[in-house]
Design a binder for this molecule. Sequence first.
Ligand code: PHE
Length: 445
Amino acid sequence: MANQSREQWRSRSGFLLAAVGSAVGLGNMWRFSYLASEKGGAGFVALYLVFTLLIGLPVMLAELTIGRGARRGPIKALAHFGGATWRWLGVVFVAAGFLILSYYGVIGGWTLRYAFEAATVGFAADSGAHFGDLASGFDSLAMQIMFMAMTMLIVSGGIGAGIERVARIAMPGLFAIIIGIALYAFTLDGSGAGYAYYLNFDLEKALALDVVVAAAGQAFFSLSLGMGAMLTFASYLPRESHLARETAVISFADFAVAYLAGLMVFPLIFALGLDGEISGSTIGALFVALPKAFATMGLVGRFVGFAFFLALVVGALTSAISLLEVLVSASMDAFHWERRRAVLTAGVLVTALGAWSAFDIDILDLADSIAINLFLIGGGLGIAIFVGWIMQDPIGEASGVGTKPILYVVWRGLLRFVVPAALLFILWHALPETWEKFRAVAGLG
Ligand code: PHE
């Protein structure tokens, strides 16, 4: 039974912009740049690219296939193709969305705060202390609430009039800003050291287990995979859409933005001689080293800094929208709620859970570790097994008419063997890190 009254994207480009909006976010800028510096530059970037191609692409096509075919939120969609047992994978997806959005909203709040300060009072010279003050506590909570309120407002507008409309304006703006700043950074004296740092390839470092694990998790997080966000967006697609092509476009755009983010962040930091600052703090790197650079650059710094944090706000918002939409579509399916009611309920509950991260940055870090290492990697494993082994005729479902079947056979082969093996390996090696973080936060260590 097709769900006739279901909302739809207004156009193909609208869907693409919204899906790229989901993928491109804090992951590409905040998370990517601190990992690239912590995990040794180009080797990490290369691995991240390999995981994007080998695992990200097949899993994304799998999610899009399920979503478009079932035309329902994640829980009902999995039940539609796999029966009652597989709905539990959908429940895990929704739980993952809940956890991720809880702390994502906190970081989104930080970006709002920095954009606002750039526009009004400028960047604090002592950026480390300033970040310490606002990252945790009531300031952080207030900004998180503001960020979540904006997210809820957009999602309550619905697929076409809310999410698609915002993505159509926001995404071109974000691309323009990032390219502009990357070009600007190139003109700065001394930026060369930044490129050298970012693009330096160290094979030995790249083969370290923690780098491999981080690169895989980052690929999933950045592509919004393993928790039903892409699945949910695809559930508003018309039947005739070309999923393999959309998969390629979304993944390419996502990688390009992360790569470009590195080309703006590192040259800026190194040109101002602040390379000591990036190694000092992991989570805070973007919020400490860069503002310090902007602070020393005078009026130009204010301007460039404002544009930078505006791009971050936009990226964070368009990703948060997709996280909330997963919760909203699942609860609309399950309880037959109206959109507004679903947005209000899910939004308030997520914000309340996020307050915990707003008050304690170690909780935020732990939530991020659990969400990615357990939920996203585990969720990706579930989807690969489901589409590779359980679902009837996934190739027919994915390809529709007039396509090249051989590529789909490769796709299914990857989902059956390569993806599960790789993800099991990653999951196994990711667990100790998350467990250590848990012990430290719980005071067991
Ligand atoms: N991909 C988003 C980012 O890079 C985060 C995200 C993860 C969004 C999972 C939706 C689902 O910021």
